[in-house]
Design a protein around this ligand. Structure first.
Ligand SMILES: [Zn+2]
Length: 231
């Protein structure tokens, strides 16, 4: 019993942290967001909603500067004010912004956004529990190994999520008649932004795999789809 107790406590701690961060994220987003009303973008999201047989896709603007898109744990989709400003300035097209909406929609549809919050707190619990167990066998380095294993697992999971969300977006954009070209051109634009802007990548790129790898995955998908006879 005494051996299990610390692990139980770690799991409980993780769960409480999870509930708290879901609540805090939701509140922060409520306070700092408005519904996206730009007619060109609303038209784009209508096109995608139709492809999904949904009445509409609601998108919000999150009032922060960093260029980013996000899917909240409750399933709401956000584009940051900074990203929207790039669209207003003509640096990013409506189709490219639609590809971000489609990607975030993929995270929601595939259950990533909920799981990611669990991952975050679950990671803390796993780190603590694994650290305790490993320390019994290898004192000193046990905690260090536990940290490394947890981080590696988390990075692998999140990379897999990104490829899945990209593939979902590609399918949706194709069905909606927008195509995957804006997805690829946006990756390249954001990459160029990184190179020109002193090497600090936009937030949206930082949490994602390498651009070349993502573009390669997309073109592979496209060629597979093209090879299939149309019905
Ligand atoms: Zn993503």
């Amino acid at each position: 019993m005494f051996k299990v107790l610390p692990i139980l406590l770690a799991v409980l701690y993780g769960f409480v942290m999870y509930r708290f961060s879901v609540w805090r994220t939701g509140r922060e987003l409520d306070e700092k967001s408005t519904e996206l009303a730009d007619p060109r973008l609303v038209a784009m999201s209508k096109q995608m909603a139709k492809a999904l047989d949904l009445p509409r896709i609601k998108v919000h603007i999150y009032e922060i500067e960093p260029v980013n898109g996000l899917a909240a744990p409750d399933g709401r989709i956000f584009i940051t004010r900074g990203f929207y400003n790039k669209f207003r300035a003509g640096e990013v097209s409506a189709e490219e912004l639609a590809s971000v909406i489609a990607h975030e929609l993929g995270h929601v549809a595939l259950g990533h956004s909920r799981r990611r919050m669990i991952d975050f707190s679950g990671q803390n619990a796993m780190r603590a529990a694994l650290g305790m167990i490993l320390s019994r066998f290898i004192p000193g380095v046990g905690v260090w190994i536990a940290n490394m294993l947890t981080s590696m697992l988390a990075a692998k999971l999140s990379r897999a999520d990104e490829y899945e969300a990209d593939a979902y977006a590609a399918a949706l954009l194709t069905k909606a008649g927008i195509g995957i070209a804006p997805q690829i051109s946006l990756f390249e634009k954001l990459d160029a932004l990184t190179n020109a802007g002193g090497g600090r990548p936009p937030a949206w790129l930082m949490s994602h795999p390498r651009t070349e790898d993502r573009v390669k995955a997309l073109t592979t998908l496209q060629s597979k789809w093209d090879a299939k006879p149309k019905v």
